[in-house]
Design a protein around this ligand. Structure first.
Ligand code: AMP
Ligand code: GLY
Length: 424
């Protein structure tokens, strides 16, 4: 089987790594890929947003399955374009991916179908939003409606910050049209988890729960990022809570999308807040999480190609993925300044030494080649991921690999996985 993976981050490297172990996969292409994926398959220099270019490539190469990593091509309708051309593709159609690309759509859907989430109000006018802040008590959760690479969410403990967030999104247009509308949402306290499930539109199959670390600094401080590290399993999701999430959130959401005439196929990712033992949805994503996919791929014992094909071909009814009982931890090494502006082109040292470590995989995210060397080229640079006998062991292995690697300005959180140790 020939597979094309679209994207260039740590998620796509981890997917390529897992697919490269499948007996069914004869050839892997990654568009555009990164220096990490180049060692597993053939990178092709087609941007993830070039739907027509990717389609032409897939037709020419007779690709058996295309796996869409990031959200943006989904919102451009890559799945619709490929399906129309008779090309099998993993990822929801454009209309279904709106569950991620519009927070207003997702909130209205949840309200209509009684899927547990915090209450919200939608604003199209900055003055109205500021008026709401002035007449309501903190904390405030302010979110741009559209896609903002995980950075369009502001949790504001004070009115001043909330007013600044509204101004930034709606008046200064920090996220362009994505901030034309915002929602102000009920603040939910508790512990978060990332709950992903494969669905063929009918059957819904949970993946192992994971936990992300959204903020840039230790102790969950500082601004939100795309994710600074992740681990799996996530002890906060007990078996009974998993059953509740499937019953009250995942299955009803897939059924709701069908009801709305937007049948959902692919991976559905629910960001969950567990509060007082009960789950509520913070957001939905229409794709695999990044970095969560990195520890998930290390724990998955089944053939990923088979799972993705079963999803695309509507054969998930009897599927139950098997997971290693071991724990996996991913520590993201980021560029100085991320999630704000950051320099690029800094040479990365120690990748060879880290690669020699057992049970460690260093997934590339924001890297490129320059003069024969791997250099930084993004905010999140590497996902240093390890498998260990338990969470403590996985943490120790991941950080000993991190210590082998360096680049100017590198920063990473030192507390990835700590919550799981406490829980255990
Ligand atoms: P989202 O992209 O919507 O998941 O938001 C990013 C992060 O902001 C989440 O992972 C939470 O840490 C935080 N967040 C989002 N919504 C809320 C909420 N209603 N209450 C508290 N924290 C939130
Ligand atoms: N790690 C969060 C996300 O993939 O959206």
């Amino acid at each position: 089987m020939k597979i094309l993976i679209i994207g260039s981050g740590g998620r796509e490297h981890a997917i390529a790594w897992k697919l490269s172990q499948s007996k069914r996969v004869k050839k892997l292409f990654i568009a555009p890929g990164n220096p990490g994926t180049a060692s597993l398959g053939e990178n092709c220099a087609i941007p993830a947003e070039d739907v027509e270019g990717l389609k032409a490539f897939a037709l020419k190469e007779k690709i058996d399955l295309t796996v869409v990593g990031p959200e943006f091509p989904l919102t451009l309708g890559i799945t619709d374009a490929f399906t129309g051309a008779g090309l099998p593709v993993f990822g929801p159609a454009k209309a279904a991916s709106e569950i991620e690309s519009s927070k207003v759509f997702a909130k209205v859907l949840m309200k209509r179908y009684k899927i547990p989430t915090g209450f919200h109000k939608t604003f199209e006018d900055a003055a109205d939003a500021i008026d709401y802040v002035d007449t309501h008590k903190p904390p405030y959760v302010i979110k741009a409606d559209g896609l903002a690479a995980g950075k369009g969410v502001y949790v504001c403990p004070a009115p001043d910050e909330a007013r600044s967030a509204v101004n930034l999104i709606m008046r200064k247009k920090a996220f362009g049209m994505a901030g034309r509308r915002i929602i102000i949402e009920e603040f939910l306290s508790g512990e978060e988890a990332s709950f992903l499930a494969l669905t063929d539109g009918k059957a819904v199959v949970p993946l192992a729960p994971a936990q992300d670390h959204k903020t840039v600094f230790d102790g969950d401080k500082g601004p939100n990022t795309g994710g600074m590290g992740a681990y799996s399993p996530a002890p906060v999701i007990t078996p009974s809570l998993e059953a509740e999430i499937m019953e009250t959130i995942m299955r009803p959401t897939v059924a709701a999308m069908e009801q709305e005439g937007r049948p959902y196929k692919g991976v559905l990712y629910a960001g969950i807040m567990v509060s007082g033992g009960r789950p509520k949805v913070l957001e939905f994503n229409a794709r695999f999480g990044d970095p969560e996919t990195q520890p998930l791929m290390m724990r998955l014992e089944d053939d990923l190609a088979e799972l993705l094909l079963a999803t695309v071909e509507g054969r998930l009814a009897d599927v139950k993925p098997r997971w290693s009982p071991k724990a996996s931890v991913c520590v993201v090494m980021a560029s100085e300044g991320y999630p704000g502006t950051y320099p690029i082109g800094n040479p990365i040292r120690g990748l060879g030494e880290a690669a020699k470590l057992k049970d460690v995989a260093v997934f590339h995210a924001g890297t490129s080649m320059r003069g024969g060397r791997v250099v930084t080229s993004g905010g999140r640079v590497l996902g240093v991921t390890a498998l260990g006998g338990d969470i403590k062991d996985a943490i120790a292995k991941a950080y000993s690999a991190v210590e082998q690697i360096s680049f100017d300005g590198a920063h990473y959180r030192r507390d990835i996985g700590k919550k799981a140790v406490k829980a255990g």
